[in-house]
Design a protein around this ligand. Structure first.
Ligand code: ADP
Ligand code: MG
Length: 232
């Protein structure tokens, strides 16, 4: 039950990424090549392996998409974002998967408006990644709690909590390492992307996890004043 503060800069991302990329992309490529050879020699029936091939291809696609997210020095256009709306859009995005796994989503939003400066698609990506992890940690159902409240006058606090599998300490220590995943179809890039995005927005993340008890991520983001009508 250890708190872990993560600073994306400390991860020396570039170096670790280079080594991991080749591996992560080559594995599904090798497997695809194998299927192609079997198809070419007529040793397997036409349609049989298509789903497997499709799944290997989408693994490559996810890996490349997430890598791009990390590497692109995007021309950031900062806008005012309403965190309540933004978080609701994120929970909607994971809604179908949550429902399929009998995960209940509960919002506990402070009624006060909560504005942050940032890039909406990136902030959404950051929260969706951790909400997906939360849902994936509850294969037999559970509760996904999304909380939004004021930290102090300068910050907003967002909490994403699940009562799923949780993690042992040695696993907590590995979070944020590129390609670290305990999932069959995981890319091990989701959290890294989240760290990077939150860091770009001058935010912080703290993680708490109890093996068998669940995981809580706490985000702190700088607050800005509410835009007036002429602003939007
Ligand atoms: P991926 O989801 O593709 O495996 P992530 O970077 O999103 O990659 O997460 C890395 C690993 O961290 C996961 O494989 C999982 O072991 C662990 N993890 C992340 N979030 C949670 C959570 N809410 N509960 C339990 N384990 C988690
Ligand atoms: Mg993930």
């Amino acid at each position: 039950n250890e708190q872990l503060y993560v600073n994306a800069e400390k991860l020396s991302i570039a170096g670790q990424l280079a080594a991991g990329v080749a591996h992560e992309i080559r594995n599904p490529l090798t497997s695809l090549k194998g299927f192609m050879q079997l198809l070419a020699t007529g040793r397997i029936q036409d349609q049989q392996y298509l789903p497997l091939m499709r799944s290997e291809l989408s693994r490559i696609e996810s890996t490349v998409t997430e890598l791009l997210m990390l590497s692109k020095p995007q021309a950031l256009e900062l806008r005012r974002n309403n965190l309540r709306e933004l978080l609701s859009e994120c929970t909607a995005a994971v809604g179908a998967q949550a429902k399929a796994q009998r995960v209940r989503i509960q919002h506990r939003f402070d009624p006060a408006p909560a504005w942050v400066l940032g890039v909406a698609v990136q902030l959404k990506q950051a929260f969706i990644n951790v909400m997906k992890n939360a849902v994936e940690a509850m294969p037999d159902g559970g509760l996904l709690l999304i909380e939004l409240k004021r930290g102090n006058s300068d910050t907003h606090l967002v909490t994403v909590a699940d009562n799923g599998s949780g993690m042992p300490e040695e696993q907590l220590a590995k979070l944020g390492q590129p390609f670290y995943s305990t999932k069959d179809k995981g890319t091990g890039l989701g959290l890294l992307v989240t760290y990077k995005i939150i860091d770009n927005h001058d935010g912080k993340i703290a993680i708490d996890s109890v093996l068998g008890g669940g995981t809580t991520l706490r985000f702190t983001l700088p607050a800005i004043s509410q835009p007036d009508d002429s602003d939007s």
